[in-house]
Design a binder for this molecule. Structure first.
Ligand SMILES: [Mg+2]
Length: 235
């Protein structure tokens, strides 16, 4: 249970918590498949997509835990995908071009998670609301601007700024310091049970797990919702 009278600060994750990464990235992936004529190598968009999504997920897990760098993640996800669909020449250069275009197009997308705008409007009128994200500097800011929700959050704290990623303790302490907040009066809302919730819990914060995908429960979360409207009942 969270005693909302004791809460002053709320941190929200970006991707798949307020900005609907899953939907926006589908548009962006389809865009680069068409834009770069990748059907020359793989006639099935779905095959291309699934190879990419699997590899990207795997790389993000490693990145969250500090096992690979951001540069490696960005270079590798399309390099691997291209090599799997049979591109044999100039793979690295093409992968870089695709990744740049993918990120550029992605940051322009504006689909928000259902209820995200209303939740941020509600929270920002009652608490200090900031973003805490493992996404990339510049990109996260542009996503929120594209979706018209940037004005509903105050500071944007990104792992790039401190060189530490969620779920590591350091980024949570860094966020409190940057926002002049205290762990006991702070709540983290996020869709990643490990990076957002276990990480914040270990730093002594309160937590609300947004179980967007309806997967297994998160045992350390103080509260769990499958709909952002329910956050307004808790806070
Ligand atoms: Mg997320």
């Amino acid at each position: 249970m969270i005693d909302k009278s004791k809460i002053k600060t709320v941190f929200v994750d970006v991707d798949d918590t307020v900005w609907w990464f899953t939907e926006n990235s589908k548009l962006s992936l389809r865009h680069v498949y068409d834009h770069f004529g990748l059907s020359r190598w793989e006639p099935s968009y779905e095959v291309f997509r699934d190879v990419y999504l699997t590899k990207n997920h795997e790389l993000w897990q490693l990145y969250h835990h500090g096992e690979i760098t951001k540069d490696f993640l960005l270079a590798e996800r399309f390099r691997y995908t291209l090599s799997q669909i049979g591109v044999s020449e100039g793979v690295e250069a093409l992968a870089k071009e695709i990744d740049d275009e993918y990120l550029r197009f992605l940051a322009l997308q504006r689909i928000v998670v259902p209820g995200a705008r209303e939740m941020l409007e509600y929270l920002s009128s009652r608490y200090r609301v900031h973003v805490l994200s493992n996404g990339f500097k510049g990109v996260q800011d542009r996503k929120l601007i594209s979706a018209g929700i940037r004005h509903l959050v105050d500071k944007i704290i990104i792992s790039d700024d401190c060189g530490i990623t969620k779920p590591q303790r350091g980024i949570f302490d860094y966020a409190l310091e940057q926002c002049h907040a205290q762990a006991e009066t702070t709540v983290m809302i996020g869709d990643n049970a490990d990076a957002d919730i276990a990480g914040a819990h270990n730093a002594g914060w309160h937590t609300i797990y947004f179980n967007l995908r309806g997967t297994e429960n998160c045992p350390v979360a103080d509260a769990e919702v499958d709909n952002l409207a329910d956050v307004m009942r808790i806070l």
